[in-house]
Design a protein around this ligand. Structure first.
Ligand code: NI
Length: 171
């Protein structure tokens, strides 16, 4: 296992649409292991493969509520198959947009279909933090970031801040 570099805004790779995984090869298993390690190290509760510059439909997550207990999860080719009309608001952040948090409104409950690391297909109902996190991560697979849900004013402000920071870092 290895910790990989997380790409951050305004890296244009974050806007790529990730490709479905056709076969769970040893490379995919190694990638999932690296993503979990990178996610825990960050620390974060969710990571999409594109955040380590791999445009594949692969997500890792841990939204366990119990302190000190780990629940590492891997989602391959995940899709939302239904969403509640009821909405909920969470303050979201993103490892690719460090130290920036804003409230985002999303469906409160979703049903998600995905493959696990052994290739088994599952359907699960998600609510609470799990629902928010899986929607946020699936957005990454489609090149969508949580700042896209904010007002243009707020989005422009955060884009400008990160573009400037990247320019300074490059000097
Ligand atoms: Ni994110």
């Amino acid at each position: 296992m290895a910790i990989r570099d997380i790409i951050i805004l305004p890296d244009t790779q974050l806007r790529l649409v990730s490709k479905p995984i056709e076969k769970i090869t040893p490379e995919i298993r190694a990638l999932a292991d690296d993503m979990l390690e990178t996610m825990y190290e960050a620390p974060g509760i969710g990571l999409a493969a594109i955040q380590i510059a791999q445009p594949l439909r692969l997500i890792t997550m841990d939204v366990s509520k119990k302190e000190g207990e780990k629940d590492p999860r891997v989602f391959i080719n995940p899709e939302i198959i239904s969403s509640s009309e009821e909405l909920s608001v969470y303050e979201e952040g993103c490892l690719s947009i460090p130290d920036y948090y804003e409230e985002v409104e999303r469906p409160a409950k979703v049903r998600v279909r995905f493959m696990d690391i052994d290739g088994k297909v599952h359907e699960e109902d998600a609510d609470g933090l799990y629902a928010t996190c899986i929607q946020h991560e699936i957005d990454h697979l489609n090149g969508v970031l949580f700042v896209d849900y904010l007002s243009k004013l707020k989005r422009d402000r955060v884009m400008k801040k990160f573009t400037k920071a990247a320019r300074l870092a490059a000097k």
